[in-house]
Design a protein around this ligand. Structure first.
Ligand code: ZN
Ligand code: ZN
Length: 179
């Protein structure tokens, strides 16, 4: 996901290029996203390259109910501005006050724009907080932990946490202070 943007940087404001990411793959500490696909637009602004993309990807995570692998379809709307290292190419206006730029959002000295890390970030934010292997996953039995998608069990699944149960018993034995 690396693009040479030299011609964009030497072009005029608003110049843009339309391209595609196809069968891309990016990683974060937790996830491997594959089949990253979608249209990408690289546009020269007055001092940056604005990248917008509409991306889909596939990622494997764990189902939050049954803990089995869950294959998830991820979608993200990507929009980030990349700061060029070669300021002289965008020197029609005074240089902006030097700021701390996110290193993932910089066009390098060879005018290469690498959106890989930024795409990985954008996709990882789109991973659901509680992924499911399928919409109606039955999950695990809270008593014997059998996978209820593939087996049944005879456990009493009344959701009483034993700690609350003993508290309830204590409560029942406490005399009412109003008596
Ligand atoms: Zn599941
Ligand atoms: Zn059970």
């Amino acid at each position: 996901m690396i693009f040479n943007v030299a011609s964009l940087l030497t072009g005029h404001d608003g110049a843009f290029r339309q391209t595609m990411i196809e069968h891309g793959e990016v990683f974060t500490d937790r996830h491997r996203f594959y089949e990253v696909n979608g249209p990408v637009r690289l546009m020269r602004t007055d001092r940056t390259v604005l990248v917008t993309a509409s991306l889909t990807a596939i990622v494997e995570d764990s189902c939050s109910r049954c803990l089995r692998p869950a294959i998830l379809n991820i979608e993200t709307e990507f929009e980030e501005e990349f700061q060029p290292t070669n300021r002289d190419l965008v020197s029609e206006r005074p240089a902006p006050v030097e700021a701390e730029y996110d290193p993932a959002l910089v066009v390098d000295s060879r005018n290469m724009l690498d959106m890989t890390d930024a795409v990985a970030q954008s996709l990882s934010v789109a991973v659901p907080f509680a992924p499911l292997c399928k919409k109606d996953c039955a999950g695990l039995c809270p008593v014997c932990f059998v996978d209820l998608n593939v087996a049944t069990c005879g456990c009493d699944k009344t959701p009483i946490d034993p700690r609350w149960q003993s508290l309830a018993q204590l409560g029942a034995g406490t005399p009412n202070p109003l008596n």
